[in-house]
Design a protein around this ligand. Structure first.
Ligand code: GDP
Ligand code: MG
Length: 721
């Protein structure tokens, strides 16, 4: 592959240099939009059409030809799936839309999660054939959790068997969504000709063979249905809007402007969700969808303020005000051939190239070397950016995913990202011994870029272990090591990541003294370990740090995180646990009388101080672990299998042998849907087995679904004790 080594977006492609510096009205015309869906619903195709419609590209790349603009990683093109969320900017009717294409595969849910964290609105794409599928359900719930208003695009209306209204019913039934059709397909199925806008009663049809859509009177064949659905739409709005109700009472037809305004209000508050329809492949309904994004989804101003923790304790809000002190959330790292970039969402204030920002987590001062607008695989340098924007920053080396960047003197820490914890791990070794250093560096780079990837060293064998979200996730890592770094490695068999979970709270303390070079130093730490069922992994917290000691505390937290990757019982990472670093002091000299903690000595930024802080924290955690009781837990997966009804007896029998818990069997015509939960350990290779049982006619979906304790008697059986 000619560009196999181009690892990412290319800085400075194209000569443009924008002097763009938006004011408040500009921010009101901004839409930060995420497109979410089940795999194969058509997200990538739709995003591509949007680029075409908005004039960003001239020719749509076809997904199956491996040439789409958004799926720019070679690995994505080869597999025809989207792995990293690509950001791009388009213009439509005077609005600017930051568009994020998110991958549908469960192994990459972190991409969806971090996109949702920084977006203001979502478009859920579902297929008119398949309706609401497992992954669409998950992503919609995620969007709800972040209180993101949404639209639905029912795609693939051109396919045999498409049924728009059944899909709408499915949205209501399975998602509990107040789904409200605002469009209707004309000639649904292979004869799809166009779409009717129910608000305005305007039909846009493609006349025989032509490309362009022509505005026409509503065709006879759908006239009745259009009136029926429009009536339902008006009724639903009248229930919640006095203006519309008034029109109904006076037997007036409300104007389409009034309907749009009422619908916008209800969509923003999340009580109604407009549903559009069309075919991304045939480019039908895409313009109406763009109109919908502008008309019904919020600007950053309408999303309102965000809340964060102040360094001295207490919470404060930051409003989307360009004149307020700058505050931005780093949600993703991008590696280009030249540099590492930090993708941020600006929540308040503005930013110019050259500005200095503070990372309150570790006290680092970051100098913003450059600001870029990201367009999939190219970057456009910007002189400035304002709140509401999503941009890439160069120069923020000490900032990781989930960190906040702030104007000096106005530090605040926004809520980070809720990240899923790895469930599968594999041993990895360099193919050739001399590659060991390079492999270690490459893995560290991937680990930094992808917070759901964890690298650890087996304390017994010295082997590296890489953990991730599933077999596909690690498989993609293997390919990227080869394609981007030219490194080939030997991989062990995939293994489930068990976790050691504390059953009782415990405190741990430490005092260490070390001779470091010519000088002696000491450090003390105290931690509290407690069970926490709200996280599968390890949550870390700290008491408020004295000012100027951020680096010491950050070093201690980092050491705790590392230490938590290998529990004392079986060497598996800690889980369902919270560790609070309650106290930390570092000083010079030996013995008690060495006195003053380092803050007073100004030793806080030295490497020795950080080393001592880390050591003290680790010893304190080990002490707490000794005092607690730990149980071993294994990850569970939720399964959804869609299969031909006649194969269900064999499939149910196969589930019986998986230690699976079958929760629902639903038949509809000749198809059957089975929902179950099973330990991940039992599921390796199950996809292949299912394929042979059903001659490839079943569709299997897997999603992480918490964990369960492993009984002591099972430990030996699983080779854990
Ligand atoms: P994603 O996984 O959601 O990104 O889905 P893709 O955009 O990769 O599409 C999956 C497959 O469905 C591709 O082969 C597309 O060509 C096809 N596809 C997408 N949208 C449509 C549509 O509206 N109609 C038809 N017939 N096929 C579509
Ligand atoms: Mg895709």
């Amino acid at each position: 592959m000619s560009q196999a080594r181009s690892a990412g977006p290319e800085a400075g492609k194209g000569p443009r240099r924008s002097t763009y510096d938006p004011g408040v009205e500009e921010i009101g015309r901004l839409r930060n939009l995420g497109i979410v869906a089940h795999i194969d619903a058509g997200k990538t195709t739709l995003s591509e059409r949007i680029l075409l419609e908005t004039g960003v590209i001239r020719h749509a790349g076809e997904v199956h030809e491996g040439s789409t603009v958004l799926d720019w990683m070679p690995e994505e093109r080869r597999r025809g799936i989207s792995i990293t969320a690509a950001v791009t900017t388009v213009k439509w009717r005077g609005a600017r839309i930051h568009l994020i294409d998110t991958p549908g595969h469960v192994d990459f849910t972190v991409e969806v999660e971090r996109s949702l964290r920084v977006l203001d609105g979502a478009v859920l794409v579902i297929s008119a054939l398949a309706g609401v599928q497992a992954q669409s359900e998950t992503v919609w719930r995620q969007a709800r959790r972040h209180r993101i208003p949404g639209l639905v695009f029912v795609n693939q209306c051109d396919r045999q068997g498409a049924d728009f209204l059944r899909a709408v019913a499915d949205l209501r039934e399975r998602l509990g969504m107040e789904a409200l059709p605002i469009a209707l397909p004309v000639g649904e199925g292979p004869g799809l000709r166009g779409v009717v806008d129910l608000l305005t009663r305007r039909a846009f049809l493609r006349e025989d063979g032509g490309r362009d859509l022509v505005e026409c009177p509503v065709p006879e064949e759908v006239a009745l249905e259009v009136e029926l659905l429009r009536g339902e739409l008006i009724e639903a709005l009248a229930e919640r809007d006095d203006g519309i109700l008034g029109a109904l009472v006076e037997e007036r037809d409300p104007s389409s402007e009034d309907l749009r305004r009422a619908l916008r209000k209800r969509t923003l508050e999340g009580s109604l969700t407009p549903v559009l329809c069309g075919s991304a492949l045939l480019d039908l309904g895409v313009q109406a969808l763009l109109d919908g994004v502008v008309d019904f989804l919020p600007s950053p101003l309408e999303r309102g303020p965000v809340e964060g923790q102040l360094p001295g304790g207490g919470a404060e809000q930051r409003a989307p005000d360009p004149d307020a002190p700058t505050c931005a959330l780093a949600f993703k790292l991008l590696r280009t051939r030249r540099e590492e970039l930090t993708l941020v969402r600006l929540y308040a204030g503005g930013l110019r190239a050259g500005d200095e920002l503070i990372n309150p987590r570790n006290g680092a001062r970051e100098q913003v070397r450059a600001i870029y607008a990201v367009h999939a695989d190219s970057l456009e340098p910007l002189a400035a950016a304002r709140c509401g924007e999503i941009v890439a920053l160069a120069g923020c080396r000490a900032t990781g995913t989930g960190d906040t960047l702030c104007a000096p003197g106005s530090e605040i820490a926004l809520e980070g990202l809720a990240l899923p914890r790895p469930v599968v791990s594999q041993v990895i070794e360099p193919q050739r011994d001399e590659d060991r250093g390079a492999l270690g560096e490459a893995l560290a780079a991937f680990e930094r870029e992808d917070p759901t990837l964890e690298l650890s060293e087996d304390p017994d064998t010295g082997q590296w272990v890489v953990s991730g979200m599933g077999e596909l996730h690690l498989d993609v890592l293997a390919r990227r090591l080869e394609e981007e770094f030219g490194l080939s490695a030997r991989w062990g068999r995939p293994k489930v990541t068990y976790r050691e979970a504390p059953l009782a709270a415990a405190r741990g303390e430490s005092r260490i003294e070390r001779q470091l070079g010519a000088e002696a130093g000491w450090a003390e730490a105290r931690v509290r370990l407690e069970p926490d069922e709200s996280v599968e992994g390890l949550a870390l917290e700290r008491a408020v740090a004295a000012s100027g000691q951020e680096r010491l505390w950050a070093a201690a937290l980092e050491a705790l995180e590392r230490e938590g990757r290998a529990g004392p019982r079986t060497g598996n990472p800690l889980g369902r646990a919270r560790v609070v670093l309650e106290y930390l002091a570092v000083g010079r000299g030996a013995g008690e009388e060495a006195g003053e903690p380092s803050g007073a000595h100004g030793q806080e930024t030295s490497d020795e101080g950080e080393f001592l802080a880390g050591e003290a924290a680790r010893v304190a955690l080990r002490d707490a672990l000794r005092r607690s009781r730990l149980e071993l837990r294994e990850p569970l997966m939720a399964l959804e299998i869609d299969l031909p009804a006649e194969a269900s007896p064999q499939v149910l029998a196969s589930l019986g042998s998986l230690r699976a818990d079958v929760r629902e069997v639903r038949s509809e015509g000749s198809r059957c849907t089975v929902r179950a939960a099973a330990p991940l350990a039992a599921l390796f290779g199950y996809a292949t087995r299912l394929r042979s049982i059903t001659q490839g006619r079943a569709v299997l979906d897997l999603m992480p679904s918490g964990s369960r304790p492993v009984a002591d008697r099972e430990l030996a059986e699983l080779g854990l004790e």
